[in-house]
Design a binder for this molecule. Sequence first.
Ligand code: BGC
Length: 448
Amino acid sequence: MTITNHFPRGFLWGTATASHQVEGNNTNNNWYAWEQAGHTRDKSGLACDWWGGRWKEDMERAAETGQNTHRFSIEWSRVQPTPDRWDESAIEKYRSMARGMVERGLTPLVTLHHFSDPLWLYEQCGWETEAVLPCFEKYARKMAEALKEYVSTWVTINEPNVYALNGYVAADFPTCPQGHKGMAVALRVLANMLRGHAAAYRALHEIQPEAHVGYALHYRPMVAARPWFPLDALMRKIQYDGINMAFPSAISSGVMKSPLGKVNIPEAKGLQDFVGLNYYSVDTVKFDWSARKELFGRRYYPADSDFSTNKFIANIPCGLFDSVRWAAETYPDTPIVITENGVEDADDKLRPRYLAQHLQQLWRAVNFNYPVKGYYHWSLVDNFEWERGWSQRFGLWGLDVETQARIRRPSVDLYAEICRENGISDEMVEKYCPEVREKMFPGRNVAP
Ligand code: BGC
């Protein structure tokens, strides 16, 4: 007898991508400038050549392997190359992409902003000033008009917390030509992103009243290294609030709260039709005098973790359950979508069990009646991993960057079986990651 953990009927099964990471030849944005200046391990180059047309074959792959949705992003710098000009041919291309997805049975979910900014915006210091707000709102309107025929679910901004912290605090991401840095400006950027989210939310709803609009939060559960030690608990709280809570607090109360202060943004209160969660792993936090840059709270993975290739991610599936529970308790009656979850693993040794175990935790969450509506695996095919370049491979499909060939990893077939079954079974686990079968489906060897 097979045991299957089934998901609710109509569950959304997909993968997620972002324009700069897959399109290639994106020469008019801040990331291109950052790459040319030598701040990244590699250059994005042709990426997955989606702009050259290979999105079609990748969507073919997604559809043929049982997926029913795809999350992709619009490259703002392509549709608005200069502040005074829309590129209608680029917009038409995005329309054909969205249409192409619909035709293949993939419901499109569109992200308006996924880390990359047009060069003209970068040159005027992007999200540091409120000058960005009318621009972002216009862009949102333009895209809503262009895509409303095919798209009704929108993510305004992807991971504003990562954008602000990786840029203005860690200096791994571009900020502005003057290279502004610091906590104060990071907070200002976050506040403007919240205002931008609110403006885009309203604009999208005005044009498309039935739209579902949210943003994607990079949510990191955290645990104190020594729960009995007050300084670890305090550091955990500071890191947790600092990294996770700016957007969520403002959506709940209209006040953006952070350990560094509060900003009133009443117009953002309640503006989310679903909670978009990007979950990858859980951090352990320890008080550490030497971690000045991290405000004395060192974040790390325990040494005995189930690590990814570059130790960038530790496989901690229960963190996904905890993330969903947090979302459900914080925003009662709001649908939850896992907008990203995945692992870098060129050899596909860890991914099958990462996938299976995370999905079982998601199934657990569903059984608590938490309103989870969909899951987007990051990612469909290896893509350009920002400052880490091509050193991290997150694709179900591998990519040969030189030849553009796609490599079918075993996870492609595991995910296909899950999508088709709308559930995950002990047989699938036995076939793709037998090492966790007993853990996931205990007692299977016991005779009836
Ligand atoms: C980002 C993606 C990125 C992924 C893996 C997420 O934080 O949204 O763009 O590729 O993490 O690093």
